[in-house]
Design a protein around this ligand. Structure first.
Ligand SMILES: Cc1ncc(COP(=O)(O)O)c(C=O)c1O
Length: 432
């Protein structure tokens, strides 16, 4: 029995109500398994999502609303990872030197097809950091007197990479603050005004979904706008692919860093660098590469010996991703986010840091109790949530307007846990 079929049958046993054994045994792709309903219809179907949750082995010790660090592998993916690890370990270089390349090529191509990118436009990395370090550190168009720009919501180590690259090239750094609260229009206007006010900026870092607040930015619009100002964008898609569904064309970006171990559900240590074909020359080869052969994206990354089993298992992660359905996944995590965030938004003692606009958030959203802006304030709330209510979240700092607490539901969370979070927040608000 193939993987898809086993998976669906196992799910069907858990919640027979949501799909029949006949349907389940048909090894159909996710939309058919889920019937003809749209992703929005399915998003709130707890019985359906219980069948998906049944494929995750999750600790019962806590309600885990901190799925932003990395994503659990679903059981079939983890089993494949064990098998691949065993195979690679047993065969050692007998496998790696002779057969690995042939095995990994179709997976590489499958990733390119998923993203609607050319296979010559992507290369494996160990994560988004490695991809973005290669892009920022390799960007070779900065000259003394130029400037680079990023916002307070971008990722710490990539902000630092922008600082380092600016210093190396004699460029200056422009830091902007994303307003709170923000709307679609004020967000675009913030970037437009910042670009207009800083004509020396040549390179802009954009984080598709912020790890600090969960804000999802309209990358395509900002990339197009920046291009009008003669500015290149490097896009940090660490949190977006898999949490939301898109193709490269939807981003319109020339340089993108991804990982596959957050929302695609691959083993830890998998990511991608994307460089649009006609922009390859603008990213220099990795420091460990010789200048010859600069015509291929492969020499923009030089990892050394990689975890072969991790990359092989990307295929199984993509199977599961496809089975659940990328659109279903995106709709579900946004639905769970709405259950708690939109319920709490009416309470003027709390700030919900992504707007009620589905263009500007996915599943992640952070909150702050009004006036509680220090790291210590927020650590105390994170501790109270876990100790008094059994709910695990994480503090985020670095937001200009103050620290906050990030809530990240995943596919195995459920509506009941969101209600539990709402109750916990109300109880803590009553105490402060
Ligand atoms: C916005 C953002 N960028 C980059 C990264 C780094 O990703 P990776 O762990 O794949 O290197 C993260 C990880 O949390 C992130 O949230």
């Amino acid at each position: 029995m193939n993987f898809t079929r086993r998976l669906v049958m196992k799910g069907a046993a858990v919640a027979a109500a949501s799909f029949t054994t006949e349907t389940a045994c048909a090894a159909a792709p996710a939309p058919a398994v889920a019937g003809d309903r749209t992703a929005q219809d399915i998003a709130g179907d707890e019985a359906f999502w219980r069948t998906i949750a049944a494929h995750y082995d999750v600790t019962p010790d806590v309600v885990n609303f901190e799925n932003g660090y990395w994503g659990l592998m679903a059981n079939p993916v983890m089993e494949a990872f064990f098998r691949n690890t065993e195979k690679v370990n047993r065969n050692n270089s007998w496998y790696a030197r002779r057969d690995y390349y042939a095995d990994i090529q179709p997976i590489h191509q499958r990733l390119a097809d998923f993203l609607d990118a050319g296979a010559d436009e992507i290369v494996f990395t160990r994560g988004a950091t490695e991809a973005l370090q290669g892009l920022v550190g390799g960007y070779n168009r900065l000259k003394p007197g130029d400037a680079v720009m990023y916002s307070d919501l971008d990722y710490d180590s990539i902000q630092a990479a922008m600082d380092t690259q600016a210093e190396r090239t004699g460029a200056s750094v422009v830091r902007i603050t994303i307003p709170e609260p923000v709307t679609y229009d004020t967000l675009l206007e913030t970037y437009r005004q910042a670009l207009a006010a800083n004509p020396k900026v040549r390179l802009l870092l954009l984080t598709h979904i912020s790890h600090r607040t969960g804000l999802m930015i309209p990358v395509r619009e900002i990339v197009d706008m920046a291009r009008g100002f003669g500015v290149d964008c490097i896009v940090d898609a660490a949190h977006s692919w898999g949490q939301t569904d898109f193709r490269m064309e939807d981003l319109g970006a020339d340089f993108v860093g991804f990982n596959l171990h957050k929302w695609i559900g691959a083993p830890i240590g998998a990511g991608l660098m994307y460089i649009r074909r006609d922009r390859l020359a603008d990213i220099s080869p990795n420091i460990s590469e010789r200048p010859e052969g600069t015509g291929a994206i492969f020499n923009r990354v030089h990892t050394g010996t990689t975890n072969f089993a991790t990359f092989l298992t990307v295929n199984d992660a993509l199977d599961f991703h496809e089975l659940v359905g990328p659109k279903n996944k995106a709709a579900r995590v946004a639905y769970l986010r709405n259950l708690w965030a939109e319920e709490m938004r009416g309470d003027d003692r709390i700030e919900i840091l992504t707007p009620n606009d589905d263009r500007l958030h996915a599943g992640i959203t952070s909150f702050r109790f009004k006036g509680k802006t220090s790291a210590d304030d927020n650590k105390a709330i994170v501790n109270a949530l876990v100790e008094k209510h059994g709910i695990f979240t994480v503090i985020r700092t670095g937001v200009t307007n103050g620290a906050c607490i990030r809530v990240t539901p995943s596919l195995y969370n459920n509506a009941g846990e969101c209600v539990q979070l709402v109750r916990a927040l109300r109880s803590l608000l009553a105490e402060v």
